[in-house]
Design a protein around this ligand. Sequence first.
Ligand code: IMP
Length: 458
Amino acid sequence: MTVTIVGAQLGDEGKGGVVDLYGDAADVVARYQGGDNAGHTVVEDGTEYKLSLVPSGAVRGKVGVLGNGCVVNPRTLFEEIEALRERGLDPDVRVARRAHVIMPYHRVLDGIEEEVKSESDQEVGTTGRGIGPTYEDKAGRRGVRIGDLLDPDTLRERLEYVVPQKRAVVEDVYGLDVADLEDPEAFDVDAVFEEYREYGQRLAEQGMPVESGAFLADARDDGQTVMLEGAQGTLIDIDHGNYPYVTSSNPTAGGAATGTGLSPGVIGDGEVIGIVKGYLSRVGSGPMPTELGGVEGDTPGYDEQGAGENEETATYIREEGGEYGTVTGRPRRVGWLDMPMLRHATRASGFTGLAVNHVDVLAGLDEVRVAHTYDLDGETRESVPATTEEWGRCEPNYRTFDGWADADWSAVADEGYEALPANARAYLEYVSDELDTPIYAVGVGPGRDDTVVVERPL
Ligand code: IMP
């Protein structure tokens, strides 16, 4: 059986904690999309590991696979592996030969395009890791794959075609001089070839490249259990998210098949767990109908409207939930739970179970609200409209729940579901009923043990 973990909202739902919780019983943990734009912290025996590419299971002695749907930056990959080795671990990481490689010019182009878009307020707020440009080249059939790094002749041939094109984009489209860039070597065929050929050698020496579909199918035939770890979330899916404020891959469950080489039947026969945060948070721009307060520079219309009347609730949730960017320290936008968003996510991925996180963060509020439906142009909508412009015009119709008091959450996690405050259970049961999907786990704190486990899929 497989277990697929999918973010149901806008990323940062606490997927890492659930992968950690359930992944203990898995033999192999595979990522199926994204790259080092993700970020998760794993705490093992009191030691904290910050990873962005290596699947978190690798810290716990699982085999970690980066599937063909991932985009792999070998610099990040080897840095993370080395850091784990320095701390006495021996991570077993395999990389799909079909996965695309994030090249130095991809990162540079990501930065330039965001800069140019920002002149007309159209920037996406990307992580700057070159994710979009790499997937562009994949679709444009000019990408470099892990398999190409293993064969110097092919690598050189690919680079001789693509690097001059990238240089021309910088110079002729954006009117910049490559020599003035921070990393001019990113546009030098020989420099890129030397560095990446060496990565190819290291990958080969360490036995890392695999045919991911065959590797995972063989593992299953041997009776091993496979967990598929999605990064980001449904509303920033390139197809099902709020385009263009999206990442360039498919975090939804379909991506688990195309991004690993396991068949849709295999994924669908297993469990697909939707990870939900008990409220919303959003990094960067784009609509958020249930937003509380607002964040200058990110919330559309902030300059005209300011933070608004719900600023106090926003601050409360932001403080309690630690909703500040891990790198930048910038406040994240926060809002109430949004059921149209979750109905959309549940349909797109076919969740068989839900893990609802951060329920402790909402404790202490007099009432907790949820957008039950939206009004859009005089009509009631149960799901998210297809365009971002329409989504921006949606007005939530709220349901209000009585709040719950703070509790000894570790004790609650030990005792189980019935120990949750009654009002929190009413809230969870509403979510579960609306989505016709059982609750598998409830997150009540940041630690590994701060989870009320209802079902263990493995
Ligand atoms: P990219 O993936 O770097 O291209 O960024 C595209 C959009 O996805 C931006 O709005 C990012 O903030 C968002 N994004 C990418 N990765 C994550 C994540 O792990 N959590 C939350 N948002 C993310």
